[in-house]
Design a binder for this molecule. Structure first.
Ligand code: UDP
Length: 329
């Protein structure tokens, strides 16, 4: 009885693997290490290096291990990259879901927790965003994930594969001891970039867009601590394994912070100046994304423990100071 975690060497995947192990699950990680880091994978998890688009690779895992549930993270997730190279996203993300669902069907594995995204909503019709709101992505990344949600819906109808789509808003922070954290190459995310400037490995922050219809003209986002996000996956898995029906849940804090507010908070937390300049809008960015996460709290019993941006930035800062060059150290 083990949980398969495709993409378990990535940022959110590795924190979820770590929490699964802490809670006593047997864990099998599958990752092609295209963006993930072997060093981030808890040593008590079994590791298979390979690509989920490779059906033989998946067959090998399902034949060797007794898998009864899947938490699927393996995907590309950079909005600007998806605008420049959409087919990479439809190949790796959407295509990967086809081979994974086919393998699940072949091996009679019927539970999947899926790493979805607020980007499936596009420019929200109202704030906070509810699960029932319309999904009209403004970038290929969000579109690829929406297609994956739809595939799971029809795979449930046809084959009885049960899924939970967890639509993340923004994720930040690191395991509290700073032993694992966020390390993308190249880095595009706001919090790690701000902290690279704070520690002096990057010159300045560029704030992308200062003319949005928000409180200070910069984008507003809703941040969840990565360990709280990891725990939501485990709650969702337990619910599905007990016979729960297929559902989608928003995971956010229900509070929005502007990019300027994030910068100010990071200045307070780190005590560093953090030079910043205004820059043009980044393609594909919705103005405001804030979640209504009532459903996750009520149905999954999810209670985030680090529900403020100071804690999120402080834990990311601990990781950054311990690993100034990410997993290379
Ligand atoms: N952002 C920014 N400067 C950067 C990186 C990001 O101003 O160097 C902004 C970005 O435009 C967005 C917010 O920070 O408004 C969060 O972006 P991120 O890439 O971290 O996450 P996303 O919202 O795209 O999932």
């Amino acid at each position: 009885m083990a949980i398969l975690v495709p993409g378990g060497a990535g940022y959110i995947g590795s924190h979820t693997v770590d929490r699964l192990i802490e809670k006593g699950y047997d864990v099998v990680v599958a990752d092609n290490l295209a963006t993930g880091h072997l060093a981030s994978v808890n040593k008590n998890a079994k590791f298979y290096e390979g690509d989920i688009r490779d059906a033989d690779f998946l067959d090998k895992i399902f034949n060797n291990e007794k898998i009864d549930g899947i938490i699927h993270f393996a995907a590309n997730s950079i909005v600007p990259e998806s605008m420049e190279n959409p087919l990479k996203y439809f190949d790796n993300n959407t295509g990967g879901m086809i081979t994974l669902l086919e393998a699940m069907q072949r091996h009679n594995v019927n539970n999947i927790i899926f790493s979805s995204t607020a980007a499936t909503y596009g420019e929200p019709e109202s704030i906070p965003v509810k699960e029932t709101d319309s999904q009209v992505p403004t970038n290929p990344y969000g579109e690829s994930k929406l297609m994956m949600e739809k595939m799971m819906k029809w795979a449930d109808v046809a084959y009885g594969i049960k899924y939970t789509a967890l639509r993340y808003f923004n994720v930040g922070g690191a395991k509290m001891d700073g032993s694992i954290g966020e390390d993308h190459g190249p880095e595009t995310h706001l919090i790690p970039i701000i902290l690279q400037v704070a520690q002096g490995t990057r010159d300045k922050l560029q704030i992308f867009g200062t003319d949005y219809p928000t409180k200070d003209g910069t984008n507003v986002r809703d941040y969840v601590h990565v360990v709280d996000l990891a725990d939501a996956h485990i709650l969702a898995l337990d619910r599905l394994m007990k016979g729960g029906e297929s559902e989608a849940f928003n995971l956010g804090s229900s509070t929005g912070f502007s990019n300027r507010e994030m910068l100010e908070t990071a200045r307070k937390v780190t005590g560093k100046e953090i030079p910043a300049e205004d820059a043009p809008r980044r393609a594909g960015d919705p103005s405001t994304l804030v979640a209504d996460s009532t459903k996750a709290r009520e149905v999954l019993g999810w209670k985030p423990q680090h529900d403020n941006v100071e804690d999120i930035i402080a834990s990311a800062w601990t990781w950054t100071q311990k690993h100034p060059h990410g997993y290379e150290d």
